[in-house]
Write a protein that binds this ligand. Structure first.
Ligand SMILES: [Zn+2]
Length: 339
């Protein structure tokens, strides 16, 4: 085959190569160990001497021209393959994005934070106290000796360790905070979980939050207590709220009071929420009992104090008209997403 024919044939075949595999085969055919271009170059020895020079030059030109043509074809094929793969994996920027769901505070925690914010504006600090208590602090130091009838008010979860229990109220925190800060004046709230061994109903759970408040100082009076409660009720439920105080009994306060607020639904006219009374019970309170002050390290002759306790779940139920306390801990997102 003449060099001209060889070049023509090689170029024609090159043009029909559409992918890298075909190009590899082509390259092998012309430039492999037995490739036709290399064979043509080797033939220079068998050419008559007078033609040898021009044959050699022409053979080299054909070799270089075909190499160049091959490289160009290879580049083109690679480019096309890249474009194809980009197309295949294309991102459709017009598709709507996947929604990112944002978390939020559980309603129980949010109310705790709301309550804490109101009391911190009133100068109260937050004091965290343990949930696992000893019998002595949970009852006795709060003026409830072992056979005190008030102990019946708290059905208790006892642990397997004698005398160790889950606190039934946040009040033992009063003893801890007093002993820690005595004889300095105190103004704290004690929020946290409490546990009672009770039948679970729409109105009572075995675990629930309480927020206790405690103020101890040289001249703390019932008027301070009342002012604090009224300020809280109005910040929490609206400026127009009225507060009513009834006498009550708790072993750790003397005198003890129960605090009612005019109904947020009917404003005192009477409805189903307030059971036609026009009033809603929001907390228990009183002046700290002298025995409790003493147990906390304060001399009742020089110091006085007030304390109050409320159930944030009950406050939340009033505020949002929730009719079942069990909703707070069942993790039902349909409930939780409403807040
Ligand atoms: Zn009402």
């Amino acid at each position: 085959m003449s060099l001209a024919n060889l070049e023509h044939q090689a170029r024609t075949e090159l043009e029909s190569c559409s992918d890298e595999a075909a190009l590899r085969a082509w390259h092998n055919k012309y430039f492999g160990k037995q490739g036709e271009v290399l064979l043509a170059l080797k033939k220079v020895g068998s050419v008559p001497p007078e033609e040898r020079r021009s044959y050699g030059q022409e053979a080299n030109r054909v070799k270089e021209a075909l190499t160049e043509a091959h490289d160009a074809a290879l580049a083109k094929v690679k480019e096309r393959a890249l474009a194809q793969s980009l197309n295949a994996a294309a991102v459709d920027v017009t598709l709507p994005g996947r929604p990112l769901t944002r978390g939020r505070w559980h309603i129980a925690n949010r109310i705790l934070r709301d309550i804490a914010a109101i009391f911190s504006d009133l100068g109260f600090q937050i004091y965290r106290s343990r949930e696992v208590e000893d019998d002595f602090t949970n009852f006795e130091l709060l003026n409830m000796p072992p056979h005190h009838p008030a102990r019946d008010m708290w059905d208790t979860f006892h642990t397997t360790v004698p005398g160790v229990l889950l606190r039934t109220h946040t009040s033992p925190g009063q003893i801890h905070v007093m002993r820690e800060h005595c004889p300095e004046p105190i103004r704290v709230i004690l929020p946290g979980m409490c546990y009672r061994y009770e039948t679970i109903t729409t109105r009572s759970e075995i675990m629930f939050h309480q927020v206790e408040g405690l103020a101890v100082g040289a001249r703390v009076t019932m008027a301070d207590l009342k002012g604090t409660i009224v300020a809280f009720a109005r910040r929490m439920f609206g400026e127009e709220r009225q507060v009513r105080i009834r006498s009550s009994y708790f072993p750790f306060t003397e005198p003890s009071i129960e605090v009612d607020m005019d109904c947020i639904v009917c404003a005192g006219k009477g409805c189903s929420l307030c059971k036609r009374s026009g009033w809603l019970e929001i907390m228990g309170a009183g002046m700290v009992h002298p025995v409790v002050l003493q147990n906390g390290g304060y001399d009742p002759a020089k110091f006085s104090g007030f304390a109050f306790g409320m159930g944030p779940q009950r406050i939340t139920m009033l505020k949002y008209a929730i009719d079942d306390i069990r909703q707070f801990w069942t993790n039902d997102l349909r409930f939780l997403r409403q807040f």
